[in-house]
Design a protein around this ligand. Structure first.
Ligand code: SAM
Length: 264
């Protein structure tokens, strides 16, 4: 591991806005049997210095956390938690939040697979999924797959909204299909966020851009956006028929991205 990363990891230990529980702390016995973290149901205490500790917004896969920070600065009446597994990326957001004394920003280093160990029923108002890996081959690893949506449903407030911003047409079309087969309410959907159809959306959807988004825009990729609700009791099902979602077609249309001097 590089020296720079080691310094970031050491600094991460000092940031009170960053929670980084170990896997061992969470795994009671086996991968699927999670032990609840002490913050679950107690985010109000975590955000005790914020204007409104009871309003919680998550960004899942937040990377360096710029989106979490920007949204939090625009909306001081809500609290924002950026979640990612990469400590060196979270370091940037946690350092900024610490140095700027942002009382409504927190970061959580964990696998999103473990998310139910951290949030209690009805504790979260909305979720942002920003440039999630499309996981072309592994549906169950996709952050909008039924397996993940079932997890989110356990802690989203009734009527809570999920926002998906992505440059992957594959992930966008897949998520649309999941909404369609499950009868979910879609509040907004555009395959070209910065084209005319995105103009009526809340300003923050277009005005705030993530790190990855800026890189993607520079390479000429279109950004898509969806907002939807997953209320209901019925089990969430996959789009199983190519008429619902043609995974082969959309996969074949995905183009490689070239970031950080490598292909992502
Ligand atoms: C393509 S990057 C996007 C980062 C950021 N949202 C942006 O737009 O700049 C995807 C991020 O999701 C994180 N990620 C992907 N799958 C994850 C998982 N299962 N649990 C936690 N983090 C995950 C990665 O570590 C990475 O930082």
């Amino acid at each position: 591991m590089g020296h720079g990363k080691l310094i970031k990891f050491a600094q991460n230990e000092t940031f009170s806005c960053l929670l980084q529980p170990s896997s061992q702390e969470l795994l009671a016995d086996g991968y699927f049997n999670l032990r609840d973290h002490s913050v679950k149901g107690r985010w109000v205490d975590f955000f005790k210095d914020a204007v409104n500790p009871g309003s919680l917004v998550l960004e899942l896969g937040c990377g360096k956390g710029e989106y979490t920070i920007d949204l939090a600065c625009r909306n001081p009446q809500s609290c924002y938690v950026g979640v990612d597994i990469k400590g060196a990326r979270l370091w940037k957001g946690a350092k900024y939040a610490t140095e700027n004394k942002l009382a409504n920003v927190g970061f959580l280093r964990t696998r999103i697979e473990f998310i139910n160990a951290f949030f209690a029923k009805g504790e979260v108002d909305r979720i942002w999924l920003t440039f999630s890996d499309p996981q072309l081959k592994s549906e169950n690893s996709r952050l909008t797959s039924p397996m993940f949506l079932e997890r989110y449903r356990k802690f989203l407030k009734p009527g809570g909204v999920i926002h998906l911003k992505t440059d992957s047409r594959f992930l966008h079309e897949y998520t649309k299909a999941v909404c369609e087969v499950n009868g979910f309410e879609v509040l907004a959907c555009t395959s070209d966020l910065y084209g005319d159809s995105g103009a009526q959306l809340e300003p923050e959807v277009r005005e705030v851009k993530t790190f990855y988004e800026k890189m993607s825009l520079k390479q000429g990729f279109k950004i898509t956006y969806m907002a939807f609700r997953i209320d209901g009791e019925e089990p969430i099902v996959k789009p199983s028929d190519p008429a619902q979602f043609d995974s082969k077609l959309w996969r074949s249309l995905e183009e490689p991205r070239h970031f950080f001097g490598q292909t992502e």
